[in-house]
Design a binder for this molecule. Structure first.
Ligand SMILES: NC(=O)C1=CN([C@@H]2O[C@H](COP(=O)(O)OP(=O)(O)OC[C@H]3O[C@@H](n4cnc5c(N)ncnc54)[C@H](OP(=O)(O)O)[C@@H]3O)[C@@H](O)[C@H]2O)C=CC1
Ligand SMILES: O=C(O)[C@@H]1CCC=N1
Length: 249
């Protein structure tokens, strides 16, 4: 996720340094170091925590000394609380954000939650930073950010899985893999683009406009969600993701 954001941040005015022990490639103009020891005496206005939440305790405390006076920590980690991170880093100002993977093409949806000691200047900077990767929603509690995580952060995973299963079903109707993928992604993309038009009707009305009485869509929808099974499954999906975020706090 860090490299997805980096790809949208590189055109900005900031000088960016990436610490990556694996030494992955970084875009031109970005400095790469393999070990924090190489930047031990440097100070940064913003430290982005982009490691797995399970690794934060082991990694981030060392970076407390790398924060410039007036700087802040921007964490993209799911669940791990800003309160805990701030304490870990010597009461540093912390803002949590929850982006999602389409940030890689500037189409992300990012939640933002100011945490301990974060000033309005820090929040403004974080909002500006995340807006470069798509749209943003600022929330006023960490609990709400964990719910953004369940809806949007993990969301592309649900969408890719739904599209994959949809394409698999298309293949069972006799289409080859490429045909199935093209038809399914074209259909999903077209429908989403139409629903995203400023003057678009409600999602329910749009669904109804496809559904001729006694026709094929009505038959398909009855099988898809006639018993409310799809609605229940999606409710359970979001709840499970939220519950996991709570476990990671
Ligand atoms: N994937 C997603 O869609 C989203 C992820 N997030 C959050 O982003 C964070 C990263 O997740 P994700 O990108 O999926 O995971 P990845 O494992 O792909 O990325 C984590 C990166 O951190 C690197 N790393 C490991 N140890 C260190 C270290 N000591 N110092 C610096 N870097 C280190 C890893 O290197 P190596 O591979 O060598 O271990 C890896 O490149 C998580 O906190 C996650 O909750 C948030 C929103 C969406
Ligand atoms: O699966 C995860 O934990 C991360 C956070 C949101 C998306 N990916």
């Amino acid at each position: 996720m860090g490299s997805a954001l980096l790809s949208q941040w590189i055109d900005g005015p900031e000088a960016i340094t990436v610490v990556d022990p694996a030494g992955s490639e970084v875009p031109e103009g970005v400095s790469l170091v393999a070990d924090r020891a190489e930047i031990a005496d440097r100070r940064f206005d913003c430290i982005v925590a982009a490691v797995k939440p399970q690794l934060i305790d082991d990694i981030l405390a060392d970076y407390a000394g790398n924060l410039a006076p007036g700087g802040y920590v921007l964490s993209i980690a799911a669940g791990y609380s800003a309160v805990r991170l701030s304490k870990l880093m010597g009461d540093a100002p912390v803002i949590r954000t929850m982006p999602n993977l389409p940030a890689a093409i500037g189409r992300g949806v990012s939640g933002i939650c100011p945490g301990p000691h974060a000033t309005s200047a820090h929040t403004g900077h974080a909002e500006n930073f995340m807006r470069r990767a798509g749209s943003t929603i600022t929330v006023d509690s960490e609990d709400k950010l964990d719910r953004v995580t369940a809806v949007a952060g993990s969301g592309p995973g649900y969408v890719f899985e739904i599209a994959r299963a949809y394409a698999e079903a298309a293949m069972a109707q006799g289409f080859d893999e490429d045909e199935a993928r093209d038809m399914v992604l074209g259909t999903i993309g077209g429908a989403i683009a139409m629903a995203s038009e400023p003057s678009a009707a409600s999602l329910e009305d749009l669904r109804n406009s496809v559904t001729s009485k006694g026709g094929t869509t009505a038959a398909g929808l009855a099988a898809l969600n006639g018993d409310g099974g799809l609605s229940t499954r999606l409710h359970d999906t979001l709840q499970a993701a939220y519950d996991r975020a709570v476990e990671l706090r």
